[in-house]
Design a protein around this ligand. Structure first.
Ligand code: SF4
Length: 683
């Protein structure tokens, strides 16, 4: 069996896979030892979690709802009927209410080529910038912060530098071992070499065992803790004066803003001992090469942008940028969430992060696509939901996303989706969102398509077909092209590579990347010319905005705090064996067998007070909904906080989560919600 070399479909690490198949089924997955991100290692999902592609649940024919939107049934239809209907209904909404009444959610699980075409479809065919994707729910705040302060929109350094170059690794808001296991492996290898790990996390995650210092803050107090580190660094003169003078602006404002955050004040606000704040600050500031890594524990807050800005402030203060083993590294979740953003599947930027408000940039795309583009940004995904509720958005096209399970405050989201005149979902399974649709279009999975993904370290890598698609399913780019033609555009793409060639013309950072160049090994953008080697770490020659900008930030309470009625704080997250809404991992037999149901993590003190024992069913209630699941009594959670994953539709954590938004990034506060827990009988 000759293996097909491709890229993992789960997380943004972008591990290289060698997939062997027999009679249409995956029989073995390995990785070459020289794989750039993963050095031959794979986590349990990458090695054993891909049998979902041959699940009998795969969609194989288009489905059209017959009868009333609420009571009618989804029934098989021909492609001709389904696509005609989609084109007719989208055109009708556009004609009656204007292009802004149509919106689309693109997919971080799809390839760059498909994301590029999806946003082009909304912009050039429909005439709206109402396009977004799940980055809105994970790292939108990190992107806003890094763009404001640095002019950058991605992880600055490479995964391989962790093991090879970092002396200090600061990890915060990332359960790296479960969500980016290969990155955690590199961190542990670095610690074995002698690097020191600073962990800032309220939960006792695996990395706590490897940490030199662990700051266990109260959920939602990140700005206070990070400002405390900056306070100590400035107070003790540990900041990098040369870097600050040459490459930054706004130092005095930052110094004034953090003056209040003495270690004692931080201890009072966050519960982190003052001595640990002192130690962490000294470790980070005095290291020859210190790298910061963060995840959604930082970004999914109403203060997500402030949290990320506080991290950027630290890196600028200490000059921990522009060298191997340093940098600001938001760990991107989905396999191609970096690429989806690069391709412009965002409402305020065109491909390559060109603001839609930039007249010159807009004109470049108008010339490339032969259309006029709207001047104002579109709606974010969270704003689209509200607009569906009040009638500003009437038709929604969802490609490979599942807002009816993964958005905050699900009861409200589902109510809003029900208000739409027309919902079309393109996916590989009948997700919770697809089950609400008027038309469902069956798409190819990652195993059946060619294209590229861009990993968290900006590495553009090939995805290759190794299985035939099921039934009548079609490639996402092929469906989009067909729809575009039905709506009057002359799209004639005949392969993923043909689309990539257009991307190279649209996005300067991708201009030097060709399929031939990444045949063996991916390239990291920016790669502006065909003789450019790619860029393992950013800022070697200075910062893109000229000077990095310090942004003073101050601690603000989360939108919802515990009270007498809802006395505990809910933190949501993921576990190693499952993936986001569980759509694919729950259809992978081995993963599902290991971790088959949702578990509510409770600290033993809280469990004793509530009279709950390990394994007992508990009801978790918030102001927005309730779920019932088994309790896991463990000291991993802080006293006063509860942890629940969002993988399981039957115990969907997002029925409980708060949809209050960060004002700049419009990301909901998934990480802090006030809840009550009570024991119930197992039904
Ligand atoms: Fe796949 Fe991520 Fe695991 Fe690598 S770490 S094998 S990319 S899920």
């Amino acid at each position: 069996m000759r293996p097909v070399v491709t890229t993992c479909s789960y997380c943004g690490v972008g591990c290289t896979l060698e997939v062997r198949t027999l009679r249409g089924r995956i029989v073995k997955v390995t990785s070459p030892p020289d794989a750039p991100a993963n050095r031959g290692n794979l986590c349990v999902k990458g090695r054993f979690g891909h049998d979902y592609v041959t699940s009998p649940d795969r969609l194989t024919r288009p489905l059209v709802r017959r009868g009333d939107r609420r009571t009618g049934r989804l029934e098989p239809a021909s492609w001709e009927e389904a696509l005609d209907l989609v084109a007719r209904r989208l055109a009708s909404v556009r004609e009656r209410y204007g292009p802004g009444a149509v919106a689309g959610f693109s997919s971080a699980k799809c390839t760059n080529e498909e994301n590029y075409l999806f946003q082009k479809f909304l912009r050039a065919v429909i005439g709206t910038h109402n396009v977004d994707h799940c980055a809105r729910l994970c790292h939108a705040s990190s992107v806003v912060a890094m763009n404001l302060a640095l002019g950058a929109t991605a992880m600055t350094n490479s995964i391989g530098e962790i093991r090879d170059h970092a002396d200090v690794i600061l990890v915060t808001g990332s359960n790296t071992s479960e969500n980016h296991p290969i990155v955690a492996l590199e961190m542990k290898a670095a610690v074995a070499r002698g690097a020191r790990l600073i962990l800032i996390d309220p939960r006792e995650i695996e990395l706590a065992r490897f940490a030199t210092v662990w700051l266990r803050q109260r959920p939602g107090t990140d700005v206070a803790v990070l400002s405390g580190l900056a306070h100590v660094i400035i107070r003790d003169g540990l900041w990098n004066r040369e870097f600050v003078e040459r490459f930054t602006e706004g130092f005095e404002e930052l110094a004034a803003a953090v003056a209040h955050y003495t270690p004692q004040v931080v201890e009072a606000l966050s519960g982190v001992p003052a001595r640990d704040v002192e130690e962490a600050a000294r470790l980070y500031a005095t290291s020859p090469a210190a790298a910061i890594f963060w995840g959604m524990g930082i970004s999914q807050h109403t203060t997500g942008t402030d949290n990320a800005l506080a991290l950027v402030n630290l890196a600028l203060l200490c000059g921990q940028l522009g060298r191997p083993g340093t940098g600001l590294n938001p760990l991107r979740g989905q396999n191609n969430v970096q690429g989806a953003g690069d391709m412009g599947a965002l409402p305020h930027v065109l491909p390559g992060y060109v603001p839609v408000t930039d007249a010159e940039g807009r004109r470049r795309f108008e010339a490339l696509w032969g259309v006029r583009l709207p001047e104002a940004p579109g709606l974010t995904a969270t704003e689209v939901t509200e607009a569906a509720c009040d009638g500003r958005v009437r038709a929604l096209y969802v490609m490979g996303e599942n807002p009816a399970l993964t958005d905050a405050n699900l009861n409200h989201v589902r109510h809003c989706l029900e208000q739409l005149e027309f919902l079309v979902v393109q996916d590989i399974f009948l997700t919770e969102t697809a089950a609400m649709a008027d038309v469902v279009l069956p798409a190819w999975s990652w195993a059946e398509k060619d294209g590229t993904f861009t990993s968290t370290e900006r590495r553009v890598q090939r995805v290759r077909r190794f299985l035939d698609p099921p039934g009548e399913a079609r490639a996402d780019w092929d469906i989009l092209s067909d729809l575009a033609r039905r709506l009057g555009s002359d799209w004639r793409y005949d392969s993923a590579e043909a689309i990539f060639e257009e991307i190279r013309r649209a996005v300067p950072a991708y201009a030097g990347i060709t399929y031939a160049r990444i045949e063996e090994r991916g390239l990291q953008w920016p790669c502006p010319a065909e003789d450019h080697p790619g860029t393992p770490y950013l800022f070697a020659g200075g910062l893109p905005r000229g000077r990095g900008r310090f942004h003073p930030v101050g601690y603000l309470d989360p939108a919802e705090l515990p009270d007498d009625e809802f006395p505990l704080i809910l933190i949501t997250g993921r576990v190693l064996y499952h993936w986001h809404g569980g759509v694919i991992s729950r259809r992978s037999a081995g993963l599902n067998e290991i971790y088959p149901e949702a578990l509510v993590e409770l600290h033993p003190d809280d469990a004793a007070r509530l009279g709950v024992h390990d394994g007992q069913m508990v009801r978790v209630r918030s102001r927005r909904g309730e779920v019932t699941a088994a309790a896991r009594v463990t000291e991993r959670s802080r006293p006063g906080s509860v942890f629940l994953t969002f993988h399981f539709a039957e115990a969907a954590a997002n029925l409980l989560t708060n949809d209050a938004l960060d004002p700049r990034a419009r990301i909901p506060e998934f990480k802090v919600a006030a809840v009550a827990v009570e024991a119930v009988a197992r039904s």
